[in-house]
Design a protein around this ligand. Structure first.
Ligand code: MG
Length: 277
């Protein structure tokens, strides 16, 4: 039995070597001529594609930014320091229409303009956003540099001056507000620029029923705060709010919490699935 298996092993190894040799034909230009895919291979578990499938769409090519913070070629730039064209302001608290302050390449919560709301809507996305807390200390805990990146106008990744500023764990900088504290506090000292990279999977509804929760991954200054974390409720203060049906894409919102928090270099990539161009 053992000898049979040995012979079988030798024969199959030889067959593989012969096939590999056949595939390694040199072309007329003297270069190795490799197949660019196969159609005689097994199907990959849990996928519809075969191994090295020749019919599988190849990824579209993009040009990355020169630095990690620079937008790649397929990003939608929401704010590059020059204008507020991509934004509206919801003027809550009954204030007259106004805008945030635009100066020195940043936008700053101001003028009781309300939250900054993108004109465009987003579902699954990669978001890069930079922010800085005010130098002037006006209060403590949640009243120190509070703002927020409110994804789909409902789910808040907290922005807070968490530099030497104790507050409840699920309300610090980078918290999924009211539900998950960040894995670490990666804040820079007051007034320095922080950045978030947020990877968002939108929830799914069937009618009014939630059938898939949102999931989020958050990096703060390059440090992992949440890794594909399940979001269990919309943002709310002191309660667990129920999910309410909404669109597959919704505007991104930056919170006006009455403090002069600054933002700059904001860009989004709409995420598509594997094998989608
Ligand atoms: Mg907030």
């Amino acid at each position: 039995m053992k000898r049979k298996l040995l012979v079988l092993g030798i024969v199959s190894t030889a067959a593989v070597l012969l096939m590999a040799q056949a595939q390694k034909k040199k072309g007329g230009d003297g270069r190795w001529n490799q197949p660019v895919g196969y159609s005689d291979t097994p199907v990959i578990p849990e996928q519809k594609w075969k191994v090295h499938d020749i019919d599988r769409p190849t990824p579209r090519q993009i040009t990355p930014g020169a630095l990690p913070a620079n937008p790649p070629s397929d990003a939608i730039v929401l704010f590059d320091g020059k204008n507020l064209d991509q934004w509206t302001f919801n003027g809550k608290r009954g204030a007259a229409p106004a805008q945030w302050k635009l100066e020195n390449g940043y936008m700053q919560v101001a003028n009781s303009a309300g939250d900054a709301v993108t004109k465009e809507k987003f579902g699954d996305m990669q978001l890069h956003i930079e922010w800085a807390s005010p130098l002037e200390i006006l209060g403590n805990s949640q009243m120190r540099g509070n703002s927020g990146v409110i994804v789909m106008s409902r789910y808040e990744i907290q922005v807070l001056d968490s530099w030497e500023n104790p507050t409840y764990a699920d309300g610090g900088a980078g918290a999924i507000y009211g539900q998950w504290s960040p894995l670490v506090n990666a804040i820079k000292k007051r007034g320095d620029w922080n950045y978030y990279d947020i990877f968002w999977e939108a929830p799914k509804f069937e009618g009014e029923k939630l059938v898939k929760n949102p999931y989020v991954t958050v990096m703060h200054n390059g440090v992992l705060l949440h890794h594909h974390q399940k979001v269990v409720a919309p943002m709310a203060h002191r309660v667990v709010a129920p999910f309410k049906e909404h669109g597959s894409e919704e505007p991104l919102m930056l919170q006006d919490h009455n403090e002069p928090v600054r933002y700059r270099n904001i860009w989004v990539r709409k995420l598509r699935g594997y094998d989608e161009k």
